[in-house]
Design a protein around this ligand. Structure first.
Ligand code: SIN
Length: 544
């Protein structure tokens, strides 16, 4: 098995993984980034909205903090919220420094968009392609730094830990190099070559899990198909504490055309006056305090209920075509491909799984409970989002926490430097299967249906129990295969099964409705807000 040695290993190549890598490599340490697909195939690259930051009066940092806390429904940590939001303007400058060219007004000031649950216009953006602009700028910078080496199509099997006087410490990770698909690739300057369909090991003093969320476990999602919670599965097996996995945010407005993953119709469109309507153009959010800019869980539930009887749309026809084409070029182009001129016609929409509010529990430096193991970005639970994420707070969180994590990782590295060479402890025998023809494709489809129907926008205790039972029986089908060695499709699937179970077990333990977790049989919020915190102890899921 090939053994690659580095100082810092990063799993994932979205904003958090790449920003963290840059901060570390700037200080002269070696970083290896391993990413499941191509470097730019990330949820970051699909992010439309932008980065939230209070930039102009009457808006203020205080108001941004209040909006975040209100949306988090009692489960955001005030200190964490303050820490992150206070650094929002600084984060915008740091993104500008790496080359992100945010949209500006004629006077040179940043143009600000508006999204749901925000009291003011405060979304700094690059048209409706903010994530793509950030991802591209980061890749350009990464290419300029020979200290960072990238391995694409590297699937992380597990992280490797050792036990030093009763304390778990990270020492590396095992990967499987997937076959290179024939896709248009971004030219990377500094890479490490690994043979296709081989297992490799990467030893490192620090490891950062930056694998994104788990929304692609759902039948309808706007996330790339790779977002199935692999990082959560890896962290759980390693013994990390996980928090609030039941809070899955559904975005109310995915374009209801074609197959999932659907294209997103950014909330920023509603921030510019579009509204949600029936086919007869009757606005559906009229009776609500913030109307079309209510928190996402409220809007999603409203649409979900109405869609039992009729189709629902976004009406953006009040805006002038050229203005739309400039401000929302991505949305305009995508809808045109489906034959919809959004300046004249309604856009069909459906709510879809979008963002994992919970995740691997960390502090504001991205540190997990395992020494040297960091979790950054959507895979983590820092305490910012609570029971529901305020729109466009996540790219911001990515910048702030990755920067803090890099500082910590460098410090940690300097203390561990002379002990990082770890030995390969495990062996894997790789076997192949004809995946498409096998039963696994059907299991994958069924998991998505279960998650959508039984662990979706509106939940009941009974449906959750049914869902869990069915996932357990699907797991049994896999049993024989998991014991026979390593197969990438089986591993992928068992990760999906494990993560689905963790979500459902967490959801079953929350007998109330709060934020993104809505239970029809427990419609109100408990007086006391508590987290759901789980960990694998003695091979069993324990609530800790
Ligand atoms: C959107 O553009 O509507 C998504 C922004 C976000 O989820 O933060």
């Amino acid at each position: 098995m090939k053994n690659i040695e580095t100082d810092i290993l990063v799993i994932g190549s979205g904003l958090s993984g790449l920003f963290f890598s840059l901060q570390c490599a700037k200080k002269g340490v070696n970083v290896v980034v391993v990413t499941k697909c191509l470097v730019n195939e990330t949820a970051t690259a699909l992010a439309q909205g932008g980065v939230a930051a209070a930039r102009r009066k009457p808006d203020s940092v205080k108001s941004h903090i209040e909006d975040t806390l209100r949306t988090g429904k009692g489960l955001s940590n005030k200190k964490v919220v303050e820490h992150i939001i206070k650094r929002s303007s600084q984060s915008i400058s740091e993104l500008e420094e790496i080359g992100v060219n945010f949209d500006k007004m004629k006077n040179g000031a940043l143009e600000l968009g508006r999204e749901g649950s925000h009291s003011y216009r405060r979304i700094v953006h690059v048209q409706d392609k903010t994530g793509e602009a950030i991802e591209n700028a980061l890749i350009k910078k990464i290419n300029e730094n020979p200290n960072i080496k990238i391995i694409e199509n590297g699937f992380c099997i597990d992280v490797d830990t050792s036990n030093k006087s009763g304390k778990k410490e990270i020492c590396g990770a095992y990967f499987y190099k997937q076959k290179e698909p024939k896709k248009k690739k971004i030219k990377l300057k500094h890479t490490i070559t690994v043979k296709d369909e081989n297992i490799f090991y990467c030893s490192a003093a620090c490891v950062a899990i930056a694998t994104g969320g788990l929304s692609a476990l759902y039948q309808y999602t706007v996330n790339p198909d790779i977002s199935k919670g692999d990082g959560i599965a890896i962290a759980y097996r390693a013994g990390c504490v996980l928090r609030d996995l039941e809070f899955l945010q559904f975005h109310p407005t995915a374009l209801y055309k074609g197959k999932s993953p659907f294209f997103l119709i950014s909330e920023a469109v509603r921030g510019e006056g579009a509204y949600i309507v029936t086919e007869k153009k009757i606005p559906v959010m009229r009776g609500f305090k913030r109307r079309d800019l209510e928190a996402r869980d409220v809007v999603s539930r409203r649409i979900f209920e109405l869609m039992k009887y009729e189709n629902i749309y976004i009406d953006f026809t009040r805006k002038e075509k050229n203005w739309i084409k400039k401000r929302f070029s991505g949305i305009f182009e995508e809808c045109s491909l489906w034959g919809i001129d959004i300046s004249k016609e309604l856009i069909p929409i459906i709510p879809a799984a979008h963002y994992t509010c919970g995740g691997i529990k960390t502090n504001t430096c991205g540190e997990t409970n395992i020494s040297g193991l960091f979790a950054i970005g959507e895979v983590s639970s820092t305490g910012l989002h609570g029971a529901n994420r305020l729109a466009s707070n996540s790219l911001l969180e990515g910048v702030v926490i990755s920067r803090n994590a890099a500082r910590k990782a460098l410090k940690f590295l300097s203390l561990r430097k002379n002990r990082i060479k770890s030995k390969i402890k495990k062996k894997f025998s790789v076997y192949s299967l004809d995946y498409k023809k096998s039963v696994f494709k059907k299991i994958e489809k069924r998991i998505k249906e279960i998650m959508w129907k039984k662990v979706g926008i509106v939940r009941t205790f009974e449906a959750l129990q049914d869902g869990l039972q069915e996932i357990n029986s699907l797991e049994k089908v896999l049993d024989g295969y998991t014991k026979s060695g390593f197969n990438i499709d089986v591993w992928n699937l068992s990760n999906s099964i494990l993560v689905s179970k963790l979500i459902i077990r967490s959801a079953l333990s929350r007998k109330e409705s709060r934020g993104c977790h809505y239970m029809e049989d427990f419609p109100s919020k408990s007086e006391i807000a508590r987290h759901t915190t789980i960990q694998k102890i003695n091979n069993k899921l324990s609530f800790v």
